[in-house]
Design a binder for this molecule. Structure first.
Ligand code: ADP
Ligand code: ZN
Length: 216
């Protein structure tokens, strides 16, 4: 059904990687690999990796390449990735991208597209500081732009909504500057490899429709 099934989502924090990923995994049945979600689960479980990551994430910095790369390597080897996968929030540095290429070669897989969701910084900050996440499922809301039907409650599962610790204004600003310094170079990296697709649309439904055009 899908012609292009192994995808990377590139974009600043708040660009909509998680929101669009959620739609595509429901629509196409591909696996969702969000390093942010995996790290937050480790933090919640209080594992040694989670303890190391918690402080770094709270400051809006990147956790060490080694830590995320080994998590992604294990995840990509799981059987559900055969149907295709979306890497959401990984790679975020050039060394991570090089490491990903090596891991995929070992597994006999390749990336079909690195999809760039381009959004202005001003909009990103507004979105991040108004973002709400669900405690019970993957749903993401926004107090200003995508509010839940009942304040503070998830439409999908009825659980409580919360604000991520790193969505405060100060940390969000740090995350944007980390994006510009460390992740933006990946746009050229994937362009040079002929894999970059920059999304022209804005808004969830328009983006999903545009992507259907290149993926199906
Ligand atoms: P967002 O894209 O909204 O910033 P994520 O959930 O992708 O949020 O990431 C949250 C935090 O987790 C990041 O600020 C960073 O500290 C850490 N993180 C996630 N993915 C990576 C990665 N690939 N490399 C290093 N740190 C990461
Ligand atoms: Zn929910």
């Amino acid at each position: 059904m899908l012609k292009k099934k192994n995808l990377i989502f590139l974009g600043a924090p708040g660009a909509g990687k998680g929101t669009i990923s959620n739609v595509l995994i429901a629509k196409y049945g591909v696996a969702h690999i969000s390093t942010g979600d995996i790290l937050r689960a480790e933090v919640a479980k209080g594992t040694p990796a989670g303890k190391e990551a918690a402080v770094i994430m709270k400051a809006g910095k990147l956790v060490p390449d080694e830590l995320v790369c080994s998590m992604v390597k294990n995840r990509l080897a799981e059987p559900d990735c055969e149907k295709g996968f979306i890497l959401d929030g990984f790679p975020r540095t050039i060394p991570q991208a090089d490491r990903l290429a090596a891991v995929l070669a070992e597994l006999g897989k390749e990336i079909d597209y690195a999809i760039y969701l381009k959004v202005e910084d001003e909009v990103l900050l507004q979105r991040l500081t108004a973002r709400l996440n669900c405690r019970g499922c993957d749903a993401i809301y926004n107090k200003l732009f995508m509010p839940p039907k009942t304040e503070g409650i998830c439409d999908k599962c009825g659980s409580e909504l919360f604000q991520r610790a790193d969505d405060s204004l100060e940390t969000a600003k740090n995350r944007l500057s980390v994006f510009h310094q460390q992740t933006q170079p990946l746009i050229d990296y994937y362009e040079q490899r002929g894999l970059l697709y920059t999304c022209k649309s804005t808004g969830k439904d328009a983006i999903v429709a545009e992507l259907a055009g290149i993926l199906e």
